[in-house]
Ligand binder design. Sequence first.
Ligand SMILES: [Zn+2]
Length: 454
Amino acid sequence: MTKIRLHNSRTRRKEEFRPLEKKNVRMYVCGPTVYDRAHLGNARPVVVFDILFRLLREVFGADYVTYARNFTDIDDKINARSVATGRTISSITEETITWYLEDMRALSALNPNLMPRATLYVLQMIEMSKDLIEKGHAYVEQGHVLFDVNSCPDYGVLSGRALEDMIAGARVEIAPYKRNPLDFVLWKPSIDETPGWDSPWGFGRPGWHIECSAMVQEHFGENFDIHGGGNDLIFPHHENEIAQSKCANPGSTFAQFWIHNEMLQVEGKKMSKSLGNFFTVRDLLNDGTPGEVVRFVLLSTHYGKPMDWTQKKAREATLTLLKWHKMVKNASPALLDDEILQCVANDLNTPGALARMHELAKAGSVDLLLRAGQFLGLFSPNEHWWLPEEPDSEAKVKIEALLVSRNKAKVDGNFLKADLIRTQLKDAGVEVVDDAGGLSRAIFTDAFDPGKIK
Ligand SMILES: [Zn+2]
């Protein structure tokens, strides 16, 4: 069996991954808070953990791997969006979840097996909070339930020595009801229009961290294999998840492996609305960047390194994929190339896997190239962007020239010639439509064959 090695943030070492149960491999990744379109930075963990999911399925068998990624549909950002727009919370979260799944599908990310929504697990969150109070790890103050970090000797185990720096960076909220500034909310009161549920501590809603702990416990129990997310979640979110879950289940280890991806920048700068370099995945797709190209660029940097999105990389990825698509057009997938598998199994070395694909392409091993691409989530049969709508394709140039001569023939009254050109294009799978101004446009049908364009 292929050995998988992963960098475990918990031990800060690359370690061999061995699941607790070979026939029940469990991975949980923190999903989005659903109030807006996913930006490109949000897409990075989706693609990173999609690769890990595909690797686990390849090595352990698709039936034995469960990938859970939640939707945080209780959050103050969602409440704020609701107040600002006058829309109901559920209409905002439903719409955003639909968008998210569409956009991530465009990047060829497989859907996780489980996509639990926080609103459906409030009872479990209340139970876990009660349990933590009973065990002396949480206290009630002014309608809030707070986790008592002093009761948890391990607190800070994940972020380690850098904890003080992280506290400074994370703007820990100081509140009069907290015994220690690091204590965090398990439950807080809801007033006015904020959504809430009845609880032993009054009408209120859960804090963010307890959402993940409760959903993990419900689906995976006390101990499971992999917990993932962006490295911006290490403190306080993941630190707090560990504290809650391990204190609620004494003697448990919670996740064996913690995998964190580095952040994404755009043209060397942090993506931000104020810098004007902020864009969503949908913006990119709408601007004509194929999802497959976005995925390729994301795979070209190792997940443990900061990723820089540049237009140049997107252009290069487009050219590479155009070339590869042409090569694999009539290929039939071979067995998975072992070097590709070894690359990905070595701490998800996707840049190495892409380099190997270049070698396979150079050697003309089209069957291996096809299978390797499919393993990495490229060459989706639903992707047609690479067909000659591309500006640099030869066929497109020829079709343009044919349309120009057809327009000229029509203006000259040479309808016989105009019809001949239409028939010729039709035979090659291209429909010609004339717009209201009389100009012709080409529509590519499924039968399109660039070889038949003369
Ligand atoms: Zn989480």
